[in-house]
Ligand binder design. Structure first.
Ligand SMILES: *Cc1c(COP(=O)(O)O)cnc(C)c1O
Length: 229
């Protein structure tokens, strides 16, 4: 079995290769290590190997790790669906939220973000493959919500996030990521200063980087397959 440190190095090498193939600077792509379901010891191991940004999907699990690892000075991203009764915990403890898809959630996060902390960094989640069951905004609704969220005082809208339907074919993977990039470009033309495309996971990060990903969210390629530890 490979170690977390070796896996991290392998993922960094994949990111670098994918960037260079597309004429992009590897340093323009941030790696978010998705530690959901893995214990704080696994996060500690990744942190010891130089990883600083971690993604969590479940509020209670994330809060426990943030509290336990506070002395490490890590950056925490909430990437799961967020219910309105959990917004206060997230606004107080996390640095980023990637899956905002309703104004009500954004308003609560802004109202509940502590004054002494920097603005909460926000991505809007778009249902880019049009699947019925998934969370995320429909592409038609993105511009309206983006302009509303951009006005909220304690949030900083950074860009868009998507989890496309998994497909094996590289060109098909690219299509969904391209659609997200084009949506983002339209928002920028409309005057929103966005700089983040949160897209690409263990199985499709190369296609995401080809279409402009600035944050890739990688879990299993770093920590192993969930539920098989
Ligand atoms: C679990 C998860 C990931 C990581 O997926 P892997 O396939 O394990 O890399 C990325 N983004 C979100 C929103 C997730 O829930």
């Amino acid at each position: 079995m490979t170690t977390i440190s070796e896996n991290l190095q392998a993922v960094r090498t994949r990111i670098e290769a994918a960037a260079l193939t597309r004429g992009r600077r590897p340093g323009d792509i941030a790696l978010l290590a998705v530690s959901k379901t893995w214990p704080a010891t696994a996060v500690r191991e990744a942190a010891a190997a130089g990883q600083t940004a971690f993604g969590e999907n479940y509020v209670q699990e994330g809060l426990a790790k943030i509290a336990e690892l506070r002395s490490l000075g890590l950056q925490w991203h909430f990437i799961g669906p967020l219910q309105s009764n959990k917004t206060r915990d997230v606004a107080e403890a996390f640095d980023w939220v990637h899956a905002v898809d309703r104004l009500k959630i954004a308003e609560r996060l802004s109202a509940q973000r502590p004054e002494e902390r920097p603005p909460l960094q926000i991505c809007l989640q778009v249902n880019i493959s049009g699947e019925d069951s998934k969370s995320g905004l429909s592409p038609d609704a993105v511009a309206t919500l983006a302009h509303e969220v951009a006005l909220l005082p304690r949030l900083q809208l950074r860009g868009l996030m998507a989890i496309p339907e998994p497909v094996a074919d590289f060109e098909q993977q690219r299509q969904a990521f391209r659609a997200l990039r084009e949506l983002q470009e339209n928002l920028i033309k409309d005057g929103l200063p966005l700089d983040t495309l949160s897209m690409g996971m263990s199985d499709d990060l190369e296609a995401a980087i080809a279409e402009g990903a600035t944050i890739v969210r990688v879990g299993s390629a770093i920590f192993g397959e969930r539920g098989k530890a």
